[in-house]
Design a binder for this molecule. Structure first.
Ligand SMILES: [Zn+2]
Length: 271
């Protein structure tokens, strides 16, 4: 909703992309469920929904380009060997032959990366130090998320990315990838995380999806608006979805969005 309002308030287009790159992890009907929920909430997207599963040739082109720039190398480390820390570059100089069960990594340039976030303010990252060389083609042959996201953002002409603060590190990594591919970086804005009483991120596993489906769409929108630091008009109580979204687009104030994680307030108790 934050990205929808930010785009629409600026007179921009709002694009929906389905990250269905990872067949073993795809739940049947999940994409349809997401699109239906968006329609229900009056969050109508522009153009066709882009499915990453249709974009394999574009990802192969990007890999070839990185390869020809001499920025890729084959890595045979197992997930267990490198989990939980920055990849130390173990295979950088080994010149391993590409083979099944081996991944391709992209050399990440060292040094600070400033990112002027539209919501979180100026931040500094050092991807080489915190993440290290990233996987761009996984050991199972699939394109890794960061490369796919960068290639698709560029393909779709994305100028602004608004998403959850849990993706701040991902955005920094993607800026690095844009840099090496010579793509202009979009502006990023990271919304506060919605958490439960014990500070855990709200997600499907915590029953947030069930809550989403059981509540009234217009009421959900009002709660989300309050969460995003907007002050929905009291007169909107009981209004239809379209009226709430129209109000929200017209009155969106990005500078009012809080930075810190918070619980979702329940309308109308919170006003
Ligand atoms: Zn390795």
């Amino acid at each position: 909703m934050g990205s929808y309002l930010d785009a629409r308030h600026a007179g921009g287009r709002w694009l929906v992309r389905i990250d269905d790159l990872d067949p073993p992890r795809i739940r049947a009907g999940a994409a349809t469920g997401i699109l239906n929920a968006l329609r229900c909430l009056g969050l109508h997207w522009d153009g066709e929904v882009l499915q990453q599963s249709t974009r394999t040739p574009a990802y192969a082109d990007a890999l070839e380009r990185l390869q020809s720039l001499g920025l890729l190398y084959v890595c045979s480390c197992t997930r267990r060997e490198v989990s939980g820390r920055a990849y130390p570059g173990t295979c950088r100089l080994k010149a391993l032959k590409d083979a099944p069960q081996r991944c391709l990594r992209l050399r990440i340039p060292g040094g600070p990366l400033p990112l002027d976030d539209m919501i979180q303010g100026p931040r500094r990252f050092d991807v080489a130090a915190t993440t290290g060389d990233i996987i761009v083609r996984r050991a199972d042959g699939l394109t890794a998320y960061h490369l796919a996201a960068v290639v698709d953002d560029h393909f779709q002409g994305v100028t602004h990315v608004v998403r959850g603060a849990d993706l701040l590190d991902a955005s920094a990594i993607q800026c690095c990838v844009q840099g090496v591919l010579g793509f202009p970086a979009p502006r990023y804005g990271h919304l506060p995380m919605a958490v439960d009483a014990s500070g855990r991120k709200l997600s499907k596993s915590l029953g947030a999806e069930a809550a989403l489906l059981s509540a009234e769409p217009a009421t959900l929108l009002l709660s989300a608006l309050k969460f995003l630091g907007q002050n929905p008009d009291r007169a909107l109580a009981g209004a239809p979805v379209q009226e709430v979204t129209d109000w929200a687009v017209a009155n969106w104030r990005r500078e009012k969005v809080p930075r810190a994680p918070a619980k979702i307030p329940v309308w109308p108790d919170m006003i």
